[in-house]
Structure formats: C-alpha cells, structure tokens
Design a protein. Structure first.
Length: 147
C-alpha cells in the first residue's frame, strides 16, 4: 500500500468534497486502485488523532472530522497535509520482490521532501539523496523508449 507522490491531479479538495471551502488544497493521484477513495498523510497528530504512524513523524489517515475542522480554521496548511485520490497496491510479497530485484530505488521519506518539495522536483530530489552514483539517473527521459 502506498501513494504516488509526484502526480498532481487537476482537481482540488473542493472539487471532491461538497461545500468544502478549501480550493487551495491540491489533490494528488495516489495510484490506480480505488480512485473513488480519498486518502491523506500529515504531520499533525496533535490536531488529527487516530492516524497511523508511517515513519519520520508522518501519519496516514486519522479523524476526518478533525481534518475538516482544522482546514476550515486554517490550523493546518499545505506543508502539513497532502491528499490523494486512490492508492497504489501490491499483492503479498510483490513489493519486497520488486525491491530485491532492483526495480525500485529506496530513499528516506522526510516531511521536508514529502510536503515542501515542489511536485516537479520531487523525483529528482529523491534520486539525489542516493548519492553521486545515481546523479546521471535524473537526466534519463521519463519514457526510456525516447532515449
């Protein structure tokens, strides 16, 4: 279970929540599974209880009524919460197998990287965390067949 972090949707939070006064909050495409579901990650467990710690001070989900309350009174900003439509999923053991075979490059997800890095720079910043051995990867085309 996870989320695509660098694909911004054309929709906003206000587009999917009726009467939501939060047009400034973008939505991200979380993945191809259950695109009719809304998910969120955040760094404010003191404002949004019942979230699941996913690492480095970041939480998945929580009390959505509290989310709406604190968005409405502007106690939560874009650098503290990110919303996703859908999610990415793998069968049992599939992701671990893909990591072992080298299909994925793993970097630490920090709140700064996840919430403050511009979406169009997120992939490059993640790769740069891997060190000099991977610097050339950031110049590869998005579609390797175009190379």
């Amino acid at each position: 279970f996870g989320f695509v972090m660098n694909r911004k949707s054309e929709q906003t939070l206000a587009d999917v929540l009726e009467a939501a006064p939060f047009p400034q909050f973008p939505l991200y495409y979380g993945g191809p599974v259950q695109l009719d579901t809304l998910h969120f990650i955040h760094t404010v467990p003191h404002l949004i209880p019942d979230g699941v710690l996913i690492g480095n001070g970041m939480y998945w989900s929580g009390d959505f009524d509290k989310v709406l309350l604190h968005l409405g009174n502007q106690a939560i900003g874009q650098h503290e919460i990110k919303f996703f439509l859908g999610y990415s999923g793998w069968s049992e053991g599939q992701l671990e197998e893909e990591v072992e075979e080298g299909s994925w490059l793993l970097t630490p997800a920090t709140p700064t990287l996840v919430f403050e890095t511009p979406v169009d720079a997120l992939w490059q910043q993640s790769v740069l965390q891997l060190g000099d051995a991977y610097k050339e990867v950031i110049h590869y085309p998005i579609d390797p067949q175009l190379n």
